[in-house]
Design a protein around this ligand. Structure first.
Ligand SMILES: Nc1ncnc2c1ncn2[C@@H]1O[C@H](COP(=O)(O)OP(=O)(O)OP(=O)(O)O)[C@@H](O)[C@H]1O
Ligand code: SF4
Ligand SMILES: [Mg+2]
Length: 325
């Protein structure tokens, strides 16, 4: 069996708001194999970042289990969490906002090494910073520059170097290339892929853009309003999307390899509120396949073929329709 590094079970994160309880993450379960990439996709506000932050315990979960290397890290105390921080890191979308503008490149990369007391002296620290800069393709002459003096691609390389400083095993990458020009996106993605191969990293790669993870992720999880609605190996998801929401997402990007013709599905209709959501399928108001049962019963995620799960009452019919086309 595949060696899982992370497993989340029935993970929930609710926020109390003046209007009621906001179900940002609502019973999400998945696992990620060591050295693999899970792409997490879905539109703005569906709970991708919250899922990532809750897994890293930057936010406390409302319920559920987070099993990292066999241990439920929700039970970890402060000391155990300090140690765990070395293993689990995050790369943010906007390197400019996440990097301290008053610190130089070398200071930013050195900071986690200093906090976690990883180097015995200044010389060792400088040498490790230099090594990390080389790893992410930043030339040494940039050590004393400030983030605002660099372009987006270089800034994101600083964010990656900083995330790598403590030799983590698992990195939540929260829209790491969304703020970059397309040409630079490819360079940063290639760098991340090379680093994964070299260092055996496991990624949870969050993006609203399915085309970014198509070749990058081993598996893809699609989220809609706090729930996981479909999960499959990347190839399967692109070849045979079953959940109507996944189909709509895929139909909006050009995918020449699709074995059947897919007409553009426009996402219309009211978006269900994540505050005190009613029973029934949360996609129902926008779904072209919706039937009575969808308004009454919430579909549950089921594994239908190895590694391919989806939560939709009409999954069988939609699958049969895919096969006909
Ligand atoms: N601290 C908070 N307090 C209240 N609600 C929050 C908080 N953080 C997030 N939310 C809400 O939780 C839901 C999920 O937000 P989240 O940021 O996880 O979405 P996302 O999928 O990452 O979106 P985006 O693609 O825009 O980054 C949204 O409805 C958001 O408004
Ligand atoms: S359960 Fe019903 S409303 Fe929800 S996605 Fe499936 S067909 Fe559409
Ligand atoms: Mg987000």
């Amino acid at each position: 069996m595949e060696d899982k590094i992370l497993e989340v079970r029935n993970l929930k994160k609710y926020f109390n708001t003046p209007k009621g309880t906001l179900h940002a993450v609502d019973g999400v379960s998945f696992s990620i194999g060591a050295g693999k990439t899970l792409g997490v996709v879905g539109e703005s506000g569906c709970g991708k970042s919250t899922t990532g932050r809750v897994i890293l315990r930057l936010l406390e979960a409302t319920d559920g289990e987070i099993i990292f290397e066999g241990k439920n890290i929700r039970e970890f105390d402060k000391d155990q969490m300090v140690k765990l921080r070395e293993e689990m890191q995050i790369i943010f979308q906007d390197p400019f906002a996440s990097l301290n503008p008053r610190m130089t490149v070398s200071e930013i990369i050195a900071e986690p090494l200093i906090i976690h007391k990883k180097c015995k002296n200044k010389a060792e620290l400088n040498s490790r910073v230099k090594q990390l800069m080389e790893t992410v393709g930043l030339t040494e002459r940039l050590v004393n520059t400030y983030p605002h003096e660099l372009d987006g691609g270089r800034r994101q390389r600083i964010g990656i170097a900083r995330a790598l400083a403590l030799n983590p095993k698992f990195i939540v990458c929260d829209e790491p290339v969304s703020a970059l020009d397309v040409s630079i996106q490819a360079q940063v993605l290639n760098l991340m892929k090379d680093l994964q191969d070299e260092l055996g990293l496991t990624y949870m790669f969050i993006t609203h853009d399915l085309s970014v993870v198509k070749h990058f992720a081993d598996e893809i999880a699609v989220m809609y309003l706090g729930e996981l609605v479909e999960k499959a190996p990347s190839k399967d998801l692109f070849k045979n999307p079953v959940h109507p929401y996944t189909k709509a997402l895929l139909s909006s990007i050009p995918v020449p390899s699709l074995k059947y013709k897919m007409n553009r599905i426009k996402l219309e209709g009211e978006i269900t509120s994540p505050i005190n959501p009613a029973p029934g399928c949360r996609f129902e108001k926008r779904c072209v396949y919706a039937k009575d049962i969808c308004r009454k019963e919430s579909p549950v995620l089921k594994e239908i073929s190895p590694g391919h799960s989806y939560s939709c009452h009409l999954a069988k019919e939609i699958k049969a329709e895919n096969e006909k086309n």
